[in-house]
Design a protein around this ligand. Structure first.
Ligand code: 4AD
Ligand code: MG
Length: 476
């Protein structure tokens, strides 16, 4: 008989019909009530067995076992659910060793769950997280598709360092025990697979710019890799990034598109993942109760998401932000780990979060950063000191988006690349866009896991990606 998903059955009122459900046993109580979950929802369906079933068979209904039940859908007698199944046939598809089963009915720490890859997905928390992650990814595509953007697949393996930060994983087919060497003793990458030294990409932007200068509006959505040794709750070594690039866009257009995108996808999640967000909101409130009063957040998850939708993001320049930070209480009382003394200082997450959470109490877009702390491709402002950069800062997250208007003037770009020791000869193909019909254009990068972190209210970025990659972490 055709299987029906639990999600569908829980909403059904087709009492008296015969149904088949396949899923995993969450609990089996009083030799009578099986709670079955099949992943289609965080809620379980109750299946009721009577005395006619063989005791040896019922014994195998241990937590985690995969089963198939067939029976009649009836109105539930008990509280907590509308419907249940009166079981006629029961089949064990896969036994689960009750002695060794690592999950207990009690709550487990997220750190513990990270170590049991297969069962992590079976918890309600991760069911909710990955549903929301899926919904957000879908919404991203919907947003751009509706606006006529073309989804570009930029390469994973690249010979260039798009951000110029040098934090890359090398890709090689050379024998590392005995690599070929050139006369000067250096490893000879001419003999490597691609005939040159290659890495995993840190960003699809440079290739994206080429496409935008022909197709107009494009976006990428793919994995990016950074070998920075940041062991934080907001960094991954492998993360997914969304990078739109728009011809004929200036900085203010770029900011508006970024704000519209964030609001659109958050709203989409609120509408389409109401159950999951409600589950995570409650979970978070429970967690907050463990904290001292003054460390609890003022808004719960749903309120925080709605708050982002209802407020215009605050726009200000880096220079204005530095003034606010310099005069802020934590700076004067030396509470910041990195004190803000001079213009030109790079902003740390503590500063970004102060601006968003304490000063403005809403998302912030900072623009016009000093050129020395930003990438070579950003458009230089007339003051000679700043570039047309924009970072979007979110509560609890810090930087969620980084972007800029691009330097479209060939001589400015080449000069800046030389100053920053970015090889102009290797990037000839990028510079060509400035030689043949260059035009103002802009784009940004949205860190997908940081977005998922925000919408789920989780606190560690490793808990919003299925198989996290971080320093010393590449299990599974
Ligand atoms: O600010 P970033 O480095 O910008 C770029 O890569 C540009 N090429 C984007 C563009 O203009 N097309 O990274 C963009 C975003 C950050 O704002 C952050 O959300 C995320 O990517 N991000 C990370 N997320 C998780 N782990 C990391 N190690 C991240 N590094 C950046
Ligand atoms: Mg950045």
């Amino acid at each position: 008989m055709k299987r029906t998903k639990v999600k569908e059955l829980l909403d059904s009122t087709a009492y008296g019909t015969e149904v088949t459900v396949k899923g995993w046993v969450r609990t089996f109580r009083n030799d009578k009530f099986i709670a079955i979950n099949d992943g289609s929802t965080i809620n379980n369906i109750q299946a009721v067995v009577n005395e006619s079933f063989d005791a040896a068979l019922l014994k195998r209904l241990t937590t985690g076992a995969a089963i198939s039940v067939n029976g009649e859908l009836v109105a539930s007698q008990g509280a907590g659910q509308k419907v249940e199944i009166q079981v006629k046939e029961l089949e064990i598809l896969g036994d689960s060793d009750a002695e060794k089963f690592p999950l207990q009915p009690k709550k487990h720490s997220l750190e513990f769950l990270r170590e049991i890859a297969h069962l992590r997905f079976r918890t309600n928390t991760f069911n909710a997280v990955f549903k929301i992650r899926h919904t957000l990814a879908f919404a991203v595509h919907q947003f751009f598709n509706d606006r006529g953007f073309v989804y570009m697949h930029t390469p994973i393996i690249t010979a260039s360092d798009a951000e110029g930060a040098g934090e890359m994983f090398r890709v090689t087919a050379l024998d590392l025990e005995n690599p070929p060497r050139s006369e000067d003793g250096k490893i000879d990458f001419k003999q490597d697979f691609f005939g040159k030294s290659t890495n995993l990409t840190v960003s699809g932007q440079l290739e994206g710019e080429l496409a935008a200068m022909a197709l107009g509006d494009i976006y990428t959505f793919g994995p990016t890799f950074r070998a920075e040794n940041s062991n934080t709750t907001r960094h991954l070594a492998e993360f997914w990034m969304i990078e739109p690039e728009m011809a004929f866009f200036e900085l203010k257009d770029n900011m508006q598109l970024a704000e519209d995108l964030l609001k659109y996808v958050i709203k989409h999640a609120l509408t389409h993942c109401a159950d999951e967000i409600e589950f995570l909101r409650t979970r978070l409130l429970e967690e907050e109760k463990q904290k001292p009063q003054d460390e609890r957040s003022e808004l719960d998850l749903t309120a925080k998401l709605n708050f982002c939708l209802e407020n215009n993001f605050e726009r200000l320049t880096y220079t204005e932000a530095i003034e606010i930070l310099k005069n802020s209480t934590p700076n004067k009382k030396k509470k910041f780990k990195y004190l803000i003394e001079n213009w030109g200082a790079d902003l740390q997450s503590e500063h970004e979060r102060y601006l968003v959470e304490k000063h403005f109490k809403k998302p912030v877009i900072l623009t016009d950063y000093p050129k020395d702390i930003k990438s070579f491709y950003m458009r230089q402002n007339d003051d000679g000191k700043t570039v047309a950069a924009m970072d979007i800062l979110f509560p609890g997250i810090g930087e969620i988006i980084g972007g800029s208007q691009r330097e479209e003037r060939l001589e400015y770009l080449e000069r800046r690349m030389n100053e920053m020791h970015i090889p102009t000869d290797e990037l000839y193909w990028y510079l060509d866009t400035r030689r043949f019909g260059s035009a103002p254009h802009a784009g940004f990068g949205l860190g997908f896991e940081r977005l998922v972190l925000f919408v789920t209210g989780m606190t560690n970025i490793r808990d919003v990606i299925a198989f996290p990659r971080a320093p010393k972490t590449a299990e599974f």
